[in-house]
Design a protein around this ligand. Structure first.
Ligand SMILES: Cc1ncc(COP(=O)(O)O)c(C=O)c1O
Length: 363
């Protein structure tokens, strides 16, 4: 069986470095807000071509803390793609802000800049692009609209570590970006972890307070903050893995290129190949009009797949208030998408086998 993703295998090449790092933390006697985190924050800010990185407990908190730090009035609107993981939207509604859904571009399945302007009202304060599947949204037009209307760009980079736009990592970040280091991500910890990356010094400073009960001095609190710190153990694991991220992303690109060159099945819609080298291929998402049969067939071939995601946010029970919305592009995407295996430990031979099987699908 070719698994969709094998986390043990994924971390095996890093095992010795991770064990050394974890031992260092155990022996240090310092487990929260210490040297490992300081080192990681510096390295990851440099990696992202930004001035500041603030480690937090997970990607959802990273998004939420950015929005909290901006302190928008209650009921302010935040424009968000309707095709995303629910965390992007939870970060908005949790703070009493209003998510305004926009249909994605059907080709990229990402935020469609052409649909942003029609959603802007006097209550709009921010746009939240999501670089879903490891591909950056079209940031130049988003930037232009945001500047014209005075909106903040809060970017969800949970799936896009290392992705570029116009061959710049900085160009993907907007005013502030949220990263997740959930174990399956391109840069994954051994538990939950996240970070805010920004070149706005004031914002970074405020988020540093907010993640630590609103304080930077023990028992003196400037804000009503939260407890959302990236602990030393996870920071040490990330320090061990970060130097290999580019190499692993390159392997992902080679596999994606192989899929794109080799799959020839007329009904299967492949992801766009135009920015192969900028994309970090967190997921390789194809679309098939008879998805269930396609998935069953691949399983019979010994190939596990996944669906990112099966139910749109406006159809989730948690967001019943949006069930009346008609978002046909988003709805169709959710009915058709299938994620094929793709990871730094998947071999070209395995991908070749998957392509052969796909090309023989008669369903
Ligand atoms: C697009 C997107 N945004 C946000 C998140 C939230 O990250 P975390 O699981 O670390 O809270 C995820 C993670 O699954 C994600 O895929």
């Amino acid at each position: 069986m070719i698994p969709f993703l094998d986390l043990q295998q994924l971390n095996a090449p890093h095992q010795a470095a991770i064990e050394t790092a974890v031992q260092r933390v155990v022996r240090s006697g310092w487990y929260i807000l210490g040297q490992e985190l300081t080192t990681f924050e510096k390295s990851f800010a440099d990696y992202c071509e930004a001035s500041h990185c603030v480690g937090v407990a997970n990607g959802l908190d990273a998004l939420q803390l950015i929005l909290q730090a901006y302190d928008f009035p209650k009921d302010s609107e935040v424009i968000v793609p309707a095709n995303t993981y629910i965390a992007s939207v939870l970060s908005i509604s949790f703070l009493g802000l209003v998510p305004v859904f926009v249909e994605p571009d059907p080709k990229t399945m990402l935020l469609d800049p052409a649909r942003i302007e029609e959603k802007i009202t006097y209550k709009t304060k921010a746009v939240l692009p999501v670089h879903l599947y490891g591909r950056s949204c079209e940031m130049a037009p988003v930037q232009e609209i945001a500047s014209r209307f005075g909106l903040k760009i809060v970017t969800d980079c949970a799936q896009s570590h290392g992705a570029t736009y116009a061959f710049s990592k900085k160009e993907t970040l907007g005013d502030a970006a949220a990263f997740s280091f959930y174990p399956t991500k391109n840069l994954g910890a051994l538990g939950d972890a996240g970070a805010v990356v920004t070149s706005d010094a004031e914002l970074a400073k405020k988020i540093r307070y907010l993640r630590n009960y609103g304080s930077n001095k023990k028992y003196f609190n400037e804000y009503q903050g939260v407890n959302s710190r990236l602990d030393e153990m996870q920071a040490a694991v990330l320090n061990a893995k970060l130097p290999f991220l580019d190499r692993e992303n390159q392997h992902r690109r080679e596999l994606a290129q192989y899929y794109l060159n080799s799959i020839q099945l007329s009904e299967l819609v492949l992801p766009p190949a135009d920015r192969l080298d900028e994309d970090v291929w967190h997921l390789f998402v194809v679309r098939h009009p008879r998805r269930a049969a396609f998935i069953d067939y691949l399983l019979q071939c010994g190939i596990q797949t996944n669906i990112h995601y099966p139910l749109p946010i406006h159809h989730q029970k948690a967001y019943q208030q949006y069930s009346h919305l008609r978002l046909p592009i988003t709805e169709q995407i959710h009915q058709e998408v299938v994620s094929l295996p793709l990871s730094p430990v998947l071999s070209l031979e395995q991908v070749a086998y998957i392509c052969d099987c796909i090309n023989q699908f008669k369903g």
